[in-house]
Design a protein around this ligand. Structure first.
Ligand SMILES: [Zn+2]
Length: 189
């Protein structure tokens, strides 16, 4: 499973680094220069080798107005203690009632059932109420069955390779991972 492959996390880190570089180049909304102000993270469920690639989140602080700017991310979907890849992979396996082998791999990640249930709620209620989804849903034809999200979303990204469905979906979801980017989605930018 990609969600516990250290090389996969190394790739995600490189993508986040690109997002961070772009954010830094753009600078602060006030025109000020951005300085690195990373958030340390200790994600659960990832192997020791993989954790090395996701032990911080890129973030910046403006030298002038002190405002925080946090770039979008393919590693962290919000402030959850699990990385986005695990949240998506576990939720998708549950939603699609995956194969016995997939279920066993899922158990190996050790995510508590209560957490998995919370994630299911997030996909079927919170996610579908976001402006991101309101605008993004139109891109899928036939429409996505949101009761089966994110399995139903992952299916649509299977044809896009490289980089593979999980990474494609994480990239597609990345605007949800930054408050400033969500503002951009709402404004139609
Ligand atoms: Zn500023």
């Amino acid at each position: 499973m990609r969600a516990n492959d250290p090389n996969f996390y190394q790739l995600l880190l490189r993508i986040d680094q690109d997002y961070a570089d772009q954010t830094r180049e753009q600078g602060c909304l006030c025109g000020g220069v951005l300085h690195s102000a990373r958030y340390p993270r200790k994600p659960r469920g990832v192997s020791h080798e993989a954790r090395y690639h996701c032990d911080f989140r890129y973030s910046f602080c403006c030298a002038d107005c002190r405002r925080r700017t946090t770039p979008v991310s393919v590693r962290f979907l919000g402030r959850r203690v699990y990385v986005g890849a695990i949240m998506v992979a576990v939720s998708a396996t549950r939603a699609s009632a995956g194969s016995a082998a997939a279920m066993r791999q899922l158990d190996d990640l050790g995510v508590p059932p209560a957490t998995i249930a919370r994630w299911r709620d997030w996909w079927t209620t919170d996610f579908v109420s976001t402006p991101f989804w309101t605008l993004g849903r139109a891109a899928f034809m036939p429409p996505i069955d949101t009761a089966l999200a994110p399995a139903s979303l992952l299916e649509r990204f299977v044809a896009r390779r490289p980089p593979g469905p999980l990474l494609s979906l994480l990239q597609w979801l990345s605007p949800l991972t930054s408050a400033s980017a969500m503002g951009a989605v709402r404004d139609g930018r």
